[in-house]
Each structure stands twice: as structure tokens, then as C-alpha cells.
Design a protein around this ligand. Structure first.
Ligand SMILES: [Zn+2]
Ligand SMILES: [Zn+2]
Length: 197
């Protein structure tokens, strides 16, 4: 998707990766920018910077693009706690910064009412226009005022475990190579979780 002017270059990169522009993506962008005051967060080539995310929403895609914390490299850790909380850990310095979203969208109630009208098919063209406008204003404000949307503080934490080169063995039922640490023992056989279901 191509974005006209008005947005910072690095946010446009996030939109390109994510596929659409949404306030959720801007929340992730804002979390990274809010944390930058306390920690030099720069894109991670290897896994020196680790991000622990407590949700799997649109926001996480911005973290991946801006910081190079990815699922594949093992420096993006997902905790399924349903919170817009992002913790950044720098392996070089041992420092950790936690950014917690304050949910302070001033137009939240108005947006919710318009959304209900749109969903129920009673929205006028004017309502739809207004909804888009509120969404855009909110997105822009998230991008430009990270400090007013996030509580950010330095915390103490143990380094997350490093990604490991995994030993694999063939599953004794399907024969597919499987990480030993993920296999299940069943009647003396080592089998994969899929076969163990
Ligand atoms: Zn999205
Ligand atoms: Zn199997």
C-alpha cells in the first residue's frame, strides 16, 4: 500500500510490511519511539535486542520492522497476556525498558458509537467520513506523541534464553524430523506432537 505524505518514512515502512494503515500499527510504532528515550533501540542485526510482546495484534508488526526483532531470529518473544505491553531487552548492556499502553484515545467513545452505526448499516456518509477522520487523527497523534500514550520505565529482568541449535530426530510414527525438545514420549517411542494428538 502506498501512503501519501504526512507520515514519517519509518512508519511508511511499517505500513508496507503490515499491508494496511491502522491505529494498531501506530501503537507499536509509538511503543518503540516511547522507549527510545530510555534506551538506544536500533534495528537488531543479530539478536542483541530482544522484544517481549504481550499480544499478537497489528502493533507487533511495527516492532518487527523498526527493531528487527523477529519470530524467525528468536528475538521476538510472544507472551499471550492480551496486553499492549512491550519490553525491550538489550543483551549488550543488560538493560530492559518496559512500555505499557495507557489507552488514552480522547475520541474512543465517539469512535465506538460510529463503529456501531457502520456495523449495523445505519451510518450516513457523513458518519463514515467522521469515523475515518477520527481514526486518522488518532493514528497521527500516536505517531507524533508517543510519550502521552505510554508509561515507560526501566526494569530489572533476567536475559531471555538464547535461540538454540536444536537436535532433531525422526518421529517414530510419521518419520518427520522433529526437534527433540518438542517431542513426546509415548510407550517408549519418541513422537511429534502432531502424532501425539
Ligand atoms: Zn492492522
Ligand atoms: Zn509424527
Amino acid at each position: 500500500m502506498n501512503l501519501a505524505g504526512d507520515y514519517p518514512y519509518d512508519f511508511k515502512k511499517c505500513v508496507e510490511f503490515h499491508g494496511h494503515l491502522c491505529p494498531g500499527l501506530a501503537i507499536g510504532y509509538s511503543a518503540v519511539k516511547a522507549a527510545e528515550g530510555l534506551m538506544k533501540t536500533k534495528a537488531s542485526e543479530d539478536e542483541e535486542l530482544v522484544c517481549l510482546v504481550e499480544n499478537n495484534s497489528c502493533a507487533v508488526d511495527a516492532v518487527q520492522v523498526l527493531l528487527g526483532c523477529t519470530f524467525g531470529k528468536g528475538n521476538l518473544i510472544f507472551r499471550d497476556w492480551g496486553k499492549q505491553v512491550f519490553t525491550f531487552f538489550d543483551r549488550n548492556s543488560g538493560r530492559a525498558v518496559r512500555a505499557s499502553f495507557k489507552q488514552s484515545n480522547p475520541a474512543r467513545e465517539a469512535q465506538r458509537e460510529l463503529r456501531e452505526k457502520i456495523d449495523s448499516g445505519t451510518a450516513t456518509e457523513e458518519d463514515k467520513k467522521q469515523f475515518r477522520k477520527l481514526r486518522e487523527d488518532y493514528t497521527k497523534s500516536l505517531i507524533s506523541e508517543p510519550a502521552s500514550y505510554f508509561d515507560v520505565k526501566e526494569i530489572k529482568m533476567d536475559p531471555p534464553p538464547l535461540a538454540q541449535i536444536a537436535d532433531t530426530l525422526p518421529c517414530e510414527i510419521c518419520g518427520e524430523q522433529t526437534m527433540v525438545s518438542r517431542m513426546v514420549q509415548r510407550e517408549g517411542s519418541m513422537i511429534c506432537k502432531d502424532c501425539a494428538k
